[in-house]
Design a protein around this ligand. Structure first.
Ligand SMILES: [Fe+2]
Ligand SMILES: [Fe+2]
Length: 154
């Protein structure tokens, strides 16, 4: 999804989320290319932290700001929340520190989140743009909350 093509009312909010998605995809790739277990463990920890912050911003601010816009959007948000819950279970498994299963848990998490991100960008974000939801204030709240959460240790 091209940020420069997003209308100005939605641009800041969607750009923040798109940047997070790019950063996560980069981490997934880094994990695949990692040479040893300690590298993998630290990339996994960073992924869990970033993903938790991202999901929290969506759940606390972004998704609620879209509630009631349309039935179609509400259905998408319900589905997204269920997907977040599944991702959190995988994050909890990774953070529990089971070294034997790290590779398997991380691989499934990256595939699962990859799918979720595609749906957000190709369906949810497109619907938000189409419905012309004004997200300028929402973007400021999201930026403030992100700054707050990113400073906290994982
Ligand atoms: Fe999400
Ligand atoms: Fe997202």
């Amino acid at each position: 999804m091209d940020k420069s093509k997003v209308p100005v009312d939605q641009r800041a909010a969607l750009s923040l989320l798109l940047d997070d998605h790019r950063a996560l995809k980069k981490l997934f790739k880094q994990f695949q290319d990692a040479k040893d277990d300690s590298q993998k463990a630290s990339i996994a920890a960073e992924t869990c932290h970033q993903l938790t912050v991202h999901a929290q911003i969506e759940e606390e601010i972004f998704y609620p700001s879209l509630r009631g816009v349309s039935d179609k959007l509400d259905d998408m948000l319900d589905e997204a929340n269920v997907e977040h819950a599944v991702a959190k279970e995988l994050i909890a498994k990774i953070e529990s520190g089971d070294k034997e299963m790290l590779e398997a848990h991380y691989t499934v998490l990256s595939e699962y989140v990859g799918h979720h991100v595609e749906e957000e960008e190709n369906e949810l974000f497109q619907a938000v743009i189409k419905a012309k939801v004004d997200l300028t204030e929402v973007a400021q709240q999201m930026e403030g909350r992100k700054a707050e959460l990113i400073g906290q240790p994982a």
